[in-house]
Design a protein around this ligand. Structure first.
Ligand SMILES: [Zn+2]
Length: 713
């Protein structure tokens, strides 16, 4: 038959690679396969290994020469293969721990077996293929841009429960599929559900939070009630490849439930699907094809994991083996976030205060472009072949190869190229695919500097920063030479003031550097803010009004997700008053007028007549209740929720108000809020004063000063 590969995984019991193919029908295919892994080390250790392994049934081993990623140097290795997938895992584990106290290294052991199978058979997820028996033929190309997507039948699924908060024994009261509510006896509904999915030839099930509870609950209830043959996939059961975990990213804790992957149907949990949320099914499929990660798994991972997988695949394509690196937590930082954390990309501290006639300009995809242009990669740094004529890194004692393209630049180069080509295609066809590529590129820099990433290297990371700084400095000097004043410069962005020809300036820089340098916009006015602590210019806090009348806001409360509506409202009033500012003096008058208007709001709040819903504060909890050492709002919220029988995981969101009641019970979560709860006006006035002071601190409006204005009005 002919069709698209929609899912691939291994059946560990039967030692088969499973492919699901969707053509006119949807069919499952099984393949026998011998996975391999490699060990290198000194001769004595390898001989010892070979001796031990040869005693195990079904295991073959032999000495081979292989290139080893990431440095891509040849060495002698022991190749181990087996037809038993579980033995493969166990032996690799043993070799890995053996390696822990010798100089042995293990390679290729953690690349998913199905990925390797697909690569060797020249197919990939979402490829259009022809399959007869055990013969797989690819009728598609991974480089294709105009590939066709299967026409998926998608069903949204949600479940209502008989009681809230639910427990494992809570009955299901109704099931909603594609907006249609089915309400019946529980057993009957569970019996009917697979039949409804089959009748609709459903390929993809979308849930909102299915991983966390709903899907497992459906299976559990079906088992408890003895509903025969219940399943949501086309095959029985589901897979949960890893346990639930809380993880940290950019100083924040997130909770990730154990995934529920279906067999023969794809389950996508929209609450746990970054790429799908940002760039839809099209974007998810695009990255799935390129990364060899099936859409079901990929949807639950960060774009950074996709880039890591692409690098591994590229190394395997170049016949290299890839080292096993354990304990690689999810990491997801954008270039800006990373650089900001060490101020590495800062070249001009912002000129704090009010400015008019300002241009904002930025290099597009600066860091990925540098990686590609300067050939930055673990396998090209300080190469032997270009010691004298290699590409020197500004200010650092490193060079990069000019003779051979590195692994990372090949991967990144391909992504940049695809994105560029998609840019020339009709918006409705390419915008989601382009957007997904953007996200993968944005995270690529973070992975390069990440010590635990397979292809990470701190030297490469430093080099990218060094080249980036050089480019931005070049752009800044050129601006000054053309009569502009540089107000602020960081990472890939520059703010300049002046009446010169900004368009020509941008064009000149683009052609001189080979990296697109675009005018993001002209600001009628912009205010760069300072830090409350030391008064220094803050790197990423500003607000400004573009020529087209839209605001750009960075680092002020109105942008933050935890800010209560009432504080947003106050900042909004201020922004609307400031809108038509012409110069600094005018701005100051408008700020004073804005404050007078906010005083009216303050009176409402003080009278207690403001709606309680607008006082809700939203916070992500960073730990479990018993892990909090000291009292704070989050802890109090968790405590109140616990009293009400509601458990909250680290990484979950809590919403609460600060009430006027006794001190230790003043945090009232939304779930237990009653009509008699009143907000504490003083608390909210302080929040408003703080938020206004963030905006107006460069003009002498401290929180204290604003509060005293509130007090005497
Ligand atoms: Zn070289």
């Amino acid at each position: 038959m002919e069709g698209w590969i929609t899912d691939a995984y291994t059946d560990l019991k039967r030692n088969r690679v499973i492919l699901w193919v969707k053509g006119e029908k949807v069919r499952k295919f099984e393949f026998a396969y011998r996975p391999r892994f490699y060990i290198n080390g000194n001769t004595a250790s390898l001989n010892e290994m070979a001796r031990r392994l040869s005693a195990i049934e079904g295991v073959r081993n032999r000495m081979v020469r292989r290139k080893a990623a990431p440095r891509m140097q040849q060495s002698e290795m022991l190749e181990v293969s087996t037809d038993n997938f579980r033995t493969h895992r166990r032996l690799a584990e043993e070799a890995y721990s053996f390696g822990g106290h010798t100089d042995c290294m293990v390679y290729d052991a953690d690349t998913p077996i199905e990925q390797r199978f697909m690569l060797e058979n020249d197919v990939f997820p979402l490829a259009f293929v022809s399959i007869e028996g055990s013969d797989v033929k690819c009728l598609d190309s991974i480089n294709e841009l105009y590939y066709e997507m299967p026409r998926f039948n998608i069903a949204t699924l949600s479940v209502s429960l008989a009681e809230s908060p639910p427990s494992t024994s809570t009955a299901i009261s109704s099931i909603t599929i594609n907006g249609e509510k089915v309400e019946d006896e529980e057993e009957k509904m569970l019996f009917e559900l697979p039949r409804i999915l089959d009748a609709g030839r459903c390929d993809i099930i979308l849930t909102s939070g299915g991983d966390a509870f709903e899907i497992r609950h459906l299976y559990n209830r079906a088992e408890y009630l003895g509903v025969d043959g219940f399943t949501l996939g086309r095959d029985a059961g589901f897979r949960g490849p890893y346990a639930a975990k809380s993880y940290m990213s950019y100083g924040r804790i997130y909770y990730k439930p154990s995934p529920v992957l279906l067999n023969g149907r794809l389950h996508i949990d929209t609450e746990n699907a970054f790429l799908h949320a940002e760039s839809g099914m099209e974007g998810l499929m695009e990255i799935s094809r390129l990364s060899y990660m099936c859409p079901q798994q990929l949807s639950r991972l960060s774009p950074g994991t996709a880039i890591s997988s692409m690098e591994t695949i590229e190394a395997m394509r170049q016949n290299a083996v890839v080292p096993w690196k354990k304990n690689r937590p999810e990491m997801f930082k954008t270039a800006g976030e990373l650089v900001e954390s060490d101020r590495g990309g800062l070249i001009y501290t912002p000129a704090v205060g009010f400015h008019n006639d300002v241009y904002g300009l930025d290099f597009s995809s600066l860091y990925p472009s540098i990686m590609k242009k300067e050939n930055i990669s673990v396998d090209t740094i300080n190469c032997d072949c270009c010691r004298s004529d290699g590409r020197k890194v500004p200010g650092l004692d490193y060079h990069f190869c000019i003779k051979r393209t590195g692994l990372i630049p090949s991967v990144i180069g391909n992504l940049i190229e695809r994105r560029r080509k998609y840019k020339r295609m009709p918006e409705e066809f390419a915008s989601l695919r382009r957007n997904a590529l953007k996200w993968v590129l944005v995270t690529s820099f973070g992975y390069t500097g990440y010590r635990n990433a397979k292809f990470g290297s701190i030297e490469c990371h430093e080099s990218i920063n060094a080249f980036g700084r050089e480019l931005l400095l070049l752009a800044a000097r050129k601006a000054e030479a053309m009569g502009f004043t540089v107000l602020h410069g960081i990472v890939d962005s520059l703010w300049i003031k002046g009446s010169g020809d900004a368009a020509k300036y941008a064009r000149d820089i683009s052609s001189e550097t080979g990296i697109p340098f675009d005018i993001e916009g002209r600001y009628r006015w912009i205010v760069f803010l300072n830090n409350k602590g030391n008064g220094e210019g803050s790197l990423n806090k500003y607000y400004g009004l573009f020529d087209d009348g839209t605001y750009k806001l960075r680092g002020i409360e109105i942008r933050r997700s935890d800010t209560p509506e009432v504080v947003r409202f106050a900042q909004n009033i201020m922004l609307e008053h400031l809108r038509s500012s012409t110069d600094r003096e005018d701005f100051m008058q408008r700020a004073a007028a804005g404050l007078s208007r906010i005083v009216e709001l303050v009176r409402d709040i003080r009278r207690g007549s403001y709606p309680v819903e607008d006082m809700i504060i939203t916070k992500r909890v960073s730990k479990k209740l018993d892990e909090y050492r000291s009292a704070n709002e989050q802890r109090s919220a968790l405590l109140r929720l616990k009293e009400a029988g509601i458990d909250v995981n680290a990484g979950d969101i809590v919403r609460y108000i600060i009430s006027a009641s006794r001190k230790e019970r003043n945090v009232v979560p939304e779930q237990v809020l009653t009509e008699s709860d009143e907000y504490e006006p003083k608390y909210y006035l302080r929040l408003i004063a703080r938020a206004l002071s963030t905006m107006l601190l460069p003009f002498g409006y401290t929180e204290k000063k604003i509060l005293s204005v509130f007090r005497y009005s």
